[in-house]
Ligand binder design. Structure first.
Ligand SMILES: [Zn+2]
Length: 110
């Protein structure tokens, strides 16, 4: 019983410490079913979005990112692309693939 208690307190400690540390530069929380999403943190001007896990996926951020407890807000794809241009000087016409250059279609056509 005593062993159980100490194991439990170690687990609690580790959880507390890791949750504290991981508040910095955390990715946005997502609904596991929503794979396509675009997020913006106004505090550090970080952007990330696209098709999560599968790709295409893009991240843009400044040096402030690592010290930021992000306040992610979900934004539209259009806003994401516009902010990337405004804040990070992205030239979308140089991005490979039609996903970023117009069509949203990502399935490969045979
Ligand atoms: Zn941030």
């Amino acid at each position: 019983m005593k062993l159980c208690k100490s194991v439990l307190s170690v687990v609690v400690c580790v959880t507390l410490v890791s949750s504290c540390v991981s508040k910095l530069d955390r990715p946005p929380e997502r609904d596991g079913y929503v794979v396509q999403a675009y997020h913006f943190c106004e505090k550090c001007e970080s952007l990330q979005g696209g098709i999560y896990e599968k790709g295409p996926f893009k991240k843009f951020s400044s040096d402030q990112r690592k010290e930021c407890v992000h306040e992610w807000q979900e934004i539209s794809r259009d806003r994401f692309m516009q902010l990337a241009v405004d804040l990070h000087a992205v030239d979308w016409s140089k991005e490979p693939g039609h996903f970023w250059n117009g069509g949203i279609q990502v399935e490969q056509e045979d």
